[in-house]
Design a protein around this ligand. Structure first.
Ligand code: SAM
Length: 338
């Protein structure tokens, strides 16, 4: 071997997995707690939430995000649980957006704090919001969330739309016999507010009573909408999770997240960090290496980078059909971080 030429792989090279997928998108769960108890996300008996000291501190999240950024991650999404239950979130947002290489900071939220905080988060550097809302009918909304107040979320959406975000998406989990009759109402909602609504196929997680009959397949959603609205395809990147359409003649648009009937594993560029700091390479694979434990026992950035690369090599080409995923992970969605 020539002197000076190392046989060691470059530990700081971009995060490419065994299937040549480059990972540039980190999803960080800030907490396993939520102030809503949505039926498709949280089991009826609730979940055992972790003690506070088992959850990553903001300092630890910033340190780990710095390491991911050096590995080529340029986009971060904060999620949970409900990320906005953590105090001082705007400070975390400022610290994350200051990290060299992080170009986009996004958050998925149930909207409950946005009426008062949408502008604060925007001013702290947050670029975009996905806001979950599964019914426009107050009673049904309260049933799905087990008690939340629809008007609070609607006010939150209005505040977010006024706050000058680059991107706002309204997330709706469409479930057969629950809210599928509101499909066109949600499209009209997006048209009226010149925004984007995304319909997510209902996925199985522990304790959410999933069965295939509860899923409203993409093709069915699309044809129902097309009876009333004209949809025009919007071209998206290979890594996009949603099939997107503009609603012709309006400023509204629609997307479909087809995780059940047509998965998008081929272009997956996502890696997740659970609230306790474990790496999760797929929503449906068990959480692995604890980066929290490594950080707390004094690991160097090089050691963290190697651990992340090693974990990524366990990522599968794609997840099996949804029926076979039930019971594979013992966590409810609220504990995983959506
Ligand atoms: N609390 C935040 C919220 O409500 O958006 C963030 C966490 S939540 C787990 C993230 C996203 O996952 C939400 O848009 C939610 O609708 C979606 N989600 C949760 N459980 C789901 C399921 N079983 N199938 C499909 N989407 C689900």
């Amino acid at each position: 071997m020539l002197s000076g030429v190392s046989a060691q792989p470059d530990i700081w090279a971009p995060l490419v997995d065994k299937f040549n997928r480059r990972h540039t998108y980190l999803r960080v769960s800030l907490t396993d707690r939520c102030n809503f108890r949505c039926v498709y996300c949280m089991p009826a008996d609730g979940v055992d939430v972790k003690p506070k000291d088992e959850i990553l501190s903001f300092e630890e999240i910033v340190r780990l995000t710095q390491v991911f950024a050096r590995l080529g991650v340029d986009k971060v999404r904060l999620t949970g649980g409900e990320p906005t239950v953590r105090k001082g979130l705007d400070g975390l947002m400022r610290d994350l957006t200051a990290i060299p290489g992080i170009d986009r900071l996004l958050m998925t939220t149930n909207g409950s704090t946005l009426a008062t905080h949408a502008q604060i988060y925007r001013d702290a550097g947050l670029n975009g919001l996905n806001i979950s809302i599964d019914s426009l009918k107050p009673e049904r909304f309260a049933e799905i969330t087990r008690g939340a107040d629809l008007s609070r979320v609607l006010n939150g959406i209005d505040a977010a739309l006024a706050a000058g975000y680059d991107s706002i998406k309204i997330n709706v989990v469409l479930m057969s016999g629950v809210n599928e009759d509101e499909l066109c109402d949600f499209v009209q909602f997006a048209v009226d507010r010149k925004t984007h609504v995304r319909f997510i196929e209902f996925m199985p997680f522990v304790g959410n009573g999933w069965d295939k009959g509860g899923v409203v397949p993409y093709k069915q959603m699309r044809s129902t909408i097309e009876n009333k609205f004209k949809l025009e395809v919007i071209e998206t990147e290979k890594s996009a999770v949603a099939k997107e359409f503009s609603v012709a003649g309006t400023a509204g648009s629609v997307g479909f997240v087809t995780s059940v009937t047509d998965d998008f594993c081929n272009g997956c560029n996502r890696i997740r960090l659970t609230a306790e700091g474990q790496i999760k390479t797929c929503l449906f694979l068990l959480a692995g290496t604890s980066l929290r434990d490594m950080v707390r026992s004094g690991a160097s950035d090089d050691e963290l980078a190697v651990a992340i690369r090693t974990a990524l090599m366990t990522k599968w080409a794609g997840h099996p059909p949804m029926e076979r995923l039930i019971g594979l992970d013992d966590r409810a969605m609220v504990q995983i971080g959506g």
